[in-house]
Structures are given as structure tokens and as C-alpha cells.
Design a protein around this ligand. Structure first.
Ligand code: 4NP
Length: 163
């Protein structure tokens, strides 16, 4: 079993809705499984508009109804993130293209993957941006994230167990 924590970074556009929710959901699942010490988890946005802000109050409220806290403050993705994290998980095709474009400026350590590739129940390519929609959009995002994060955790634990 690998000793060093696996470093996981969730990325969206603003870092106030989808990626802080993914971070919170993944942290919640780690806590339930007693695996917090095996992972370092963070989130970032490709844009800088909301740097320093807490997660959107509508996203926080929807998460809290499921017992999930969203502790993050928005920050912008940096070139160093591509070298420091093991896995970068993107929410939609625009985020994926932005991270891939940044990655061409360095030799990335991180594997860059659309998060929903890890879903085991839903069949969607992208986490829709709930920012301009209604309440139900936030719950749908959390449904997708819970499914994907369960699959992600199972995969990353399997990788950690490899000699
Ligand atoms: P996120 O949602 O990428 O899930 O954090 C957004 C929040 C705000 C904006 C865009 C996306 N915005 O343009 O202000």
C-alpha cells in the first residue's frame, strides 16, 4: 500500500459551484470510509472572477441537506497544480480544454480526466453549470457528483493497493 497521500484536484469554471461541491462530496465519502489520511483534496477554477469567495449559498444549502459541508474558498488553477497533483478531474468540456491547454506549458504530473467518466449509474458527459438555473439543478449536480466520486474513490483505492 502506497504511503504518500494521493493528491486530487477538482476543477470547474468559477470554483464556487461544481468543483467545491465535488471536493466536499469526496471529502465526505473519505470521512465515511475512514480514508482521509490517504488523500489530499482541493478544488480550483479556470477563471478568476470569484477568487476568495465561499461556495455559492444555494450549493452549500443543497449539500448540507445531505450532510455534506463545502469548506473551500475559490482559487484559480495554476501551472503548479499540474505538477503537484496526481489527478485533476474536470466538470465539462470547456474545463477539460482549459486544463489541457495549460498542461501544454509544462510536463504535467497530473492525469487529467472528466470526472463523470467515473460514474457507475449516470451516463452523462458533463456536470451542468447550475449557477443560472433553479434549485433542482443543484440537487442534480450533487446526484452526479456522488455517483462519480464513489467510482473515483474505488478506482484510486485500487491504484493505491497496487505494489
Ligand atoms: P462553477 O459555476 O464553474 O460550477 O463554479 C460558475 C459560477 C459562476 C460563474 C460561472 C460558473 N460566473 O461566470 O460567474
Amino acid at each position: 500500500m502506497s504511503e504518500a497521500p494521493t493528491r486530487v484536484l477538482f476543477v470547474c469554471l468559477g470554483n464556487i459551484c461544481r468543483s467545491p461541491a465535488a471536493e466536499g462530496v469526496f471529502l465526505h465519502q473519505l470521512a465515511e470510509a475512514g480514508l482521509e489520511s490517504s488523500f489530499d483534496v482541493d478544488s480550483a477554477g479556470t477563471g478568476s472572477w470569484h477568487v476568495g469567495q465561499a461556495a455559492d449559498p444555494r450549493m452549500r444549502a443543497a449539500a448540507e441537506r445531505r450532510g455534506v459541508q463545502l469548506p473551500s474558498r475559490a482559487r484559480q488553477l495554476s501551472l503548479a497544480d499540474l505538477q503537484e497533483f496526481d489527478h485533476i478531474l474536470t466538470m465539462d468540456a470547456e474545463n477539460l480544454a482549459a486544463v489541457q491547454a495549460l498542461s501544454r506549458r509544462t510536463r504535467p504530473r497530473a492525469a487529467i480526466t472528466p470526472l463523470l467518466q467515473y460514474c457507475r449509474h449516470f451516463r452523462h458527459d458533463e456536470v451542468p453549470d447550475p449557477y443560472y438555473g433553479g434549485e433542482a439543478g443543484f440537487d442534480h449536480v450533487l446526484d452526479l457528483l456522488e455517483d462519480a466520486c464513489e467510482g473515483l474513490l474505488a478506482q484510486l483505492m485500487a491504484e493505491r493497493r497496487q505494489p
